[in-house]
Write a protein that binds this ligand. Structure first.
Ligand code: PNS
Length: 161
């Protein structure tokens, strides 16, 4: 069974992420969206909340599962018997950091491949940080994140003011 893991911080999930999830689900028997519990930026949502927001955004994708992980991504990949790391690329600016991570992951286990999917041009300017900034300043984020999580984002931002 071909299992791909799509790791990220997803704080929160955007339509750009959803685009990668939908397209990768057609390429693998199973896709695991893996929410990183520990990452350098201070998250707005807890790992549990980020996981739940993704779960709620998935519709009719029986081969996609959402999970969270802590520690080394490669250890998590092994624990799930996955063979491929899926990453989205928006622009050249993403490339250097992603390239570095892909090479480090290859050093950790050369049998695990990283594949990059170009994001749809509609979402190439999107990032979770920008979503949070626009929403926190009262801007409209419709069409940029799954519709049913929009109220959660505004609600959460209010709690940190
Ligand atoms: O959405 P992001 O912030 O680009 O996701 C980055 C993430 C979580 C995929 C990356 O930081 C990661 O893999 N973290 C787990 C720790 C790890 O394995 N670090 C070494 C990777 S080379």
């Amino acid at each position: 069974m071909k299992i791909g893991v799509y790791p990220g911080s997803f704080d929160p999930v955007t339509e750009g992420h959803m685009d990668i999830i939908k397209r990768s689900a057609k390429m693998f028997d199973k896709v695991i969206v893996a929410v990183a519990k520990n990452y350098s930026k201070k998250p707005l949502f807890t790992a549990e909340e980020r996981t739940e927001l993704i779960q709620r955004s998935l519709q009719d994708m029986p081969n996609v599962e959402v999970d969270s992980f802590e520690g080394l991504l490669m250890d998590y990949i092994h624990s799930k018997n996955a063979q491929v790391i899926i990453k989205g690329l928006r622009a050249i600016s993403d490339f250097e950091y992603e390239f570095q991570m892909a090479l480090m992951n290859r050093k950790l286990d050369p049998k695990v491949e990283t594949i990059f999917m170009m994001t749809s041009y509609k979402y190439s300017f999107l990032s979770s940080s920008m979503i949070k900034e626009v929403a926190s300043l009262g801007g409209c984020i419709a069409g940029l994140v799954p519709e049913n999580i929009i109220p959660d984002i505004y609600r959460k931002l209010k709690t940190i003011r």
